[in-house]
Design a protein around this ligand. Structure first.
Ligand SMILES: [Ca+2]
Length: 471
């Protein structure tokens, strides 16, 4: 029995009052046979902007299906990924652990780089518990045979090993035999017709319908990562739009989410599926993302790099239409899944996240985390309470009150010396306790990223919104 707690939902009411926790000991014999483990679904977008969904306030992007899904659950307004670029962010997400524990703090750099085989993935964790497990979409955790999803706990892999690819089949480039950009099914190259976002959606829909046993599906769209390619029909819909290609690509992503939700509902699985939706890192400049009102982009330690659109849905089990303002991390997904599936967390490789269930089901905005930390090469950051410290070695340090100044424009280092010292000490302690030396670094990227941090630290624009003339 799942913690002897049965959540009962009364239709039509919203808020804590509709969640009754019942000591089910007297009803164990009745409920045990009826309760099956919930399905687990992560829908990951790639490089999507903080302000590029309707539910996040965008007036430019059309995302009715994602918006509707967000309203069926809890939106995390202070939700963060654990790294600001794709590959380490995914390593943290899929293990539930800071990648720094196993030297994974940079994007893949060489062909031998990948997710340490000493680490367990969500696939390992849930396949051992009888779940069907699948990755559909982008892997980007190593392309050597030992890093292949099928050898990392996932029964099904339909996607590409690389960190991105073209959205249409191209036999002369990405779809040359043996290329890491190939679309493949469990190691076998696949041809495909149409637009890749729709192709991934179709496979996920098929997977949802055919699953009789509980499933754990990691649906990692490469949308809306470059290259900026969309179907002609979607482009036509946004003719004259200031960000036509991004709007069309986002619309296809939204269409996919709509079809996933429809499949879950038509197959009777929607109420028994725990869904997380988020982006793998902040919006990129190169794909014309808007992170307004946050400062910075993918790849840096300002809020625009790691605070992402992020929500959770478990229909009839957690409240709907709620915003949760406590500090939340993508690291929490693994721990939350373990909790709802009543699986014991590993004791040897401890998860760094916490289950979010007690937070979203109670009338509280208490933070699940006292602090969160980030590190890549010369730059590191710590968020503790309302404050955030960013340090770029050899460049500068900045301290912000994120609650009062989410745009990170007002450096408080001179005014809040005690807080600065405390955060610096705690960050250093985290590095000593958690981080090992990176197993690889991003060759040639150091000077570029340090230059970007220098400009952002110096407020080379007067207001964060100046980054985003088109809100
Ligand atoms: Ca990304």
């Amino acid at each position: 029995m799942r913690k002897n707690i049965l959540f009962v939902f009364q239709t039509g009411l919203i808020g804590l009052s509709n969640i009754l926790s019942v000591n089910a000991s007297s009803a164990d014999t009745v409920t045990d046979s009826k309760i099956t483990k919930p399905n687990l679904l992560i829908i990951l977008a790639d490089d999507a902007g903080y302000n590029d969904f309707g539910f996040m306030g965008s007036k430019e992007m059309e995302t009715p299906n994602i918006d509707a899904l967000s309203q069926a659950g809890v939106i995390f307004t202070d939700g963060h990924v654990a790294a600001t670029v794709s590959s380490p962010s995914r390593a943290c997400l899929i293990t539930g652990r800071y990648g720094h524990r196993f030297g994974y703090e940079c994007n893949l750099d060489g062909k031998n780089d990948g997710l340490s085989t000493d680490e367990k993935t969500l696939g390992d964790l849930f396949s051992a518990e009888g779940y069907r497990t699948a990755v559909i979409g982008k892997w980007h955790l190593g392309s050597l045979p030992e890093f292949h999803p099928n050898r990392r706990g996932f029964d099904l892999f339909y996607g590409m090993l690389a960190g991105g690819r073209q959205y249409f089949y191209d036999a002369k480039q990405d779809d040359k035999p043996g290329d890491v950009h190939n679309l493949q099914l469990n190691g076998v190259q696949q041809k495909f017709d149409g637009y890749l976002t729709d192709v991934f959606t179709d496979k996920a829909v098929e997977y949802i319908y055919e699953s009789d046993q509980p499933f754990m599906l990691y649906l990692a769209y490469n949308a809306v990562h470059t290259p900026m390619q969309a179907t002609q029909k979607d482009l036509n819909r946004f003719k004259g739009h200031p960000r036509q290609k991004l709007a069309a690509m986002t619309y296809a992503l939204d269409r996919g989410v709509g079809q996933i939700v429809e499949a879950l509902k038509k197959s009777g699985k929607f109420d028994n599926t725990v869904i997380f939706f988020l982006s793998d890192n902040g919006g990129a400049a190169i794909n014309t993302s808007s992170n307004y009102p946050l400062k910075g982009w993918k790849g840096n330690k300002f809020e625009g790099g790691h605070r992402v659109p992020f929500f959770m849905v478990w229909n009839n089990h957690i409240p709907a239409g709620k915003k949760f303002t406590g500090l939340v991390s993508s690291l929490d997904i693994a721990a939350t899944f373990a909790d709802v599936a009543n699986i014991k967390e590993p004791t040897d490789k401890r998860l760094d996240g916490v289950t979010l269930i007690p937070y979203v089901t109670k009338n509280t905005n208490k933070s699940p985390h006292k602090m969160l930390c980030w590190r890549k090469m010369d730059t590191r950051a710590i968020r503790e309470g309302d404050y955030k410290l960013i340090i770029t070695q050899g460049i500068d340090s900045v301290l912000y009150n994120i609650k009062e100044d989410p745009e990170e424009m007002n450096n408080l280092i001179q005014k809040k010396t005690k807080i600065y010292k405390r955060l610096k000490k705690d960050l250093s302690k985290w590095e000593k306790e958690v981080c090992v030396s990176p197993r690889w670094i991003e060759t040639g990227w150091g000077n570029i990223t340090n230059g970007i941090h220098k400009n952002l630290m110096n407020n080379t624009v007067k207001e964060a919104k100046d980054h985003y003339k088109r809100k």
